[in-house]
Design a protein around this ligand. Structure first.
Ligand code: ZN
Length: 410
């Protein structure tokens, strides 16, 4: 267990925060520090074909140790941390035998990680937790995934009696800013399928996510002196409001869950003359997703008919539900589910109300469900991870390798 803790801490104490405003890949030069460290470490533990490309994508191979043909499988996690919260000077703290009570993260600023707000904590009573000092995020998202993959590879190397096919692993930059899959070389990776180790609590297994589009609505008004505006003024702010109110009032994030979709406006900027309304459309069901986009167009047409083409609607698809790409190869989910059960974990399968790098990779030809990495409360100061969950994730990776080999064995 100390091995996992030391490895995890050696990664999280390297600042790898990504930056959405940067055009380079990786978006921040500091991600190279971890990338280069991982390259050395992978060579040290005996991985083959260790490489890092010009965009900072680290890849490596664990060769097959069986005679029969086994499909090449992969494991992926990301090196960057979220730009949503401070990611520098991370001072992780290890709490042994957690007693189920409040954890004072920062006495000076009175920052407390409490099971009263985060009741998930209680399921880890007696376990070892790693927490922040209250001033930064932890970076378990997704350095836990990196820790688990490397620890599992090391385990397989030192236990040649466990038979497995060829395994490819990859660590990507810039997942948190939606670019982790963008420059991923699927052909070079050369796996038939893979798993991202990027989920949250123990047992999570995900292969469904939203279909997603971004919406920009530009509204042109007509500004006239308010005292003499009768029959002349078009107030673009009010038209924007009208547009939003013509959508189904219950189909918003705060009133939906599970596989229910929604419309969500997150920004309005404007004056009488010009208003820009920005939002997103989300739905797990592809037909419903298309119907949502059609409804937006219908409202725009209707308002344009009344107000002389005041509205320009732009809809841009962002990503799609990976379910469509996973269903034809569903055995890859079955293997992960079986692996969890075999190591004593109750699989917890749920639709993701968001996207993952895996959804993009699935559409790039690498089907890629998502497996728990073990952390909680990502992207903030209350982020924490139980070490036992990381250990279980290592066991799941080893088991998946073994089960895949057995399934295709003679
Ligand atoms: Zn992540």
């Amino acid at each position: 267990m100390q091995n996992i803790i030391d490895r995890f801490i050696s990664y999280v104490t390297i600042d790898t925060q990504s930056d959405p405003k940067s055009d380079t890949t990786p978006s921040t030069a500091k991600q190279w520090i971890l990338a280069n460290k991982l390259v050395e470490e992978l060579k040290d533990i005996g991985m083959q074909d260790v490489s890092v490309d010009e965009n900072g994508y680290v890849m490596a191979t664990l060769p097959s140790n069986t005679d029969h043909d086994v499909p090449v499988i992969g494991f992926i996690s990301h090196m960057d941390t979220s730009p949503d919260f401070n990611g520098t000077n991370i001072r992780p703290r290890v709490i042994e035998k957690y007693n189920g009570k409040d954890i004072v993260l920062n006495e000076k600023e009175n920052i407390i990680l409490s099971p009263r707000y985060f009741e998930d904590l209680l399921q880890y009573k007696g376990q070892t937790l790693i927490v922040t000092d209250g001033t930064s995020l932890l970076g378990a998202d997704d350095k836990a995934g990196i820790t688990e993959i490397i620890t599992a590879m090391e385990y397989l190397i030192s236990h040649p009696e466990i038979k497995h096919g060829k395994i490819r692993i990859a660590f990507t930059p810039d997942e948190e800013i939606g670019r982790g899959a963008g420059k991923f070389n699927v052909e070079k990776f050369g796996a038939e399928w893979a798993y991202t180790m990027d989920g949250s609590q123990i047992g999570e297994l995900e292969y469904e996510n939203f279909n997603a589009a971004g919406v920009t609505i530009k509204i042109k008004g007509k500004s006239v002196h308010p005292g003499y505006a009768k029959g002349k003024m078009v107030n673009s702010l009010l038209l924007a409001n009208r547009f939003a109110n013509m959508l189904p009032p219950n189909e918003v994030p705060q009133r939906t869950e599970g596989t229910e979709g929604f419309f969500h406006f997150y920004s309005i900027k404007g004056d009488v003359e010009n208003t820009v309304l920005e939002g997103i459309v989300r739905d797990h069901d592809f037909d419903k997703f298309e119907a949502r986009k059609e409804l937006l167009q219908k409202i725009a047409n209707e308002l344009n008919f009344k107000h002389g083409n005041a509205i320009t609607l732009e809809i841009k698809d962002q990503y799609y539900n990976m379910r469509e790409k996973i269903e034809p190869v569903f055995h890859i989910v079955d293997i992960a589910e079986q692996a969890m059960k075999d190591v004593g974990i109750e699989p917890f399968i749920k639709p993701i109300r968001g996207g993952t790098d895996g959804s993009q990779l699935s559409y790039m030809g690498l089907p890629c469900p998502n497996i728990f990495a073990g952390g909680h409360n990502f992207h903030g100061k209350y982020e924490y991870i139980p070490v036992q969950s990381m250990q279980k994730a290592v066991e799941v990776i080893v088991k998946i390798a073994q089960l895949t080999s057995e399934k295709y064995g003679k």
